[in-house]
Ligand binder design. Structure first.
Ligand SMILES: N[C@@H](CCC(=O)N[C@@H](CS)C(=O)NCC(=O)O)C(=O)O
Length: 212
């Protein structure tokens, strides 16, 4: 498998976490989003949406991380990232979608770029924008974790929720969002970060990461 990705991208981080939790080996190819590599014809041929990541599997190009993560779960069921039972699975998918559909897209590079170029948003305004949407999402997720969480966000083993949550927390930290109102969410994310598979997926540990 070849993961076409970028070290700092949340959706790339999300996919690396899932691959690592499943114990799967993969090669990485890097596309520097800051330099616009996602818009080059070579990457557009892989993913017409010009967004990372793309997972290449024996010549098949998988895109959109919800689809990629569900494919991983179907193709490599162990260890499971979805619980048993349709209701529990729906809840995990809902908690993941809360971030994947309603928080992450509003902080995407192209969205923030548009805020700057079309509406003149400066860095402070962009930070306020990010804080607003991350805050709304994290507040709702905190309530759901109070209902369903254990050692992790849903129960006592990592699920798809951690694949989405850990990168979103990384993004919140980069935008200097106050995350102290979400202690359960933080506990789940910290438990996940302590797992070697999740730690290895961290942006700073990727081959294309900026030197520190
Ligand atoms: N819904 C897509 C979103 C992918 C996405 O947002 N990728 C971002 C990086 S995290 C990207 O490539 N942004 C490039 C851009 O905005 O030009 C998925 O889940 O795969």
């Amino acid at each position: 498998m070849i993961l076409h990705n970028y070290w700092r991208s949340g959706t790339s981080y999300r996919t690396r976490i899932a691959l690592n939790l499943k114990g799967l080996a993969y090669e990485q190819r890097a596309y520097d989003l800051r330099a616009g590599a996602q818009n080059e014809p070579a990457y557009k041929a892989l993913n017409p949406q010009m967004m990372v990541p793309t997972l290449e599997v024996d010549g098949t190009l998988l895109t959109q991380t919800p689809a990629i993560l569900e494919w991983l779960e179907e193709r490599f069921p162990e260890p499971p990232l979805l619980p048993g039972g349709p209701e529990a699975r729906a809840m995990v998918r809902a908690m993941a979608a809360l971030i994947g559909c309603d928080v992450h897209p509003l902080g995407n590079l192209r969205v923030l770029g548009q805020l700057r170029t079309q509406f003149g948003a400066d860095s402070a305004a962009v930070k306020q924008w990010a804080a607003r949407w991350i805050g709304d999402g994290f507040a709702a997720l905190e309530t759901l974790i109070a209902r369903h969480g254990g050692a992790f966000a849903f129960g006592d083993t990592p699920t798809l929720v951690e694949c989405y949550l850990v990168p979103q927390l990384y993004s919140a930290e980069r935008f200097e969002v106050d995350v102290s109102p979400y202690p359960r969410l933080l506990a789940a994310a910290h438990a996940a970060r302590a797992l070697p598979a999740v730690a290895a997926a961290h942006p700073d540990h990727q081959p294309d990461a900026d030197p520190r």
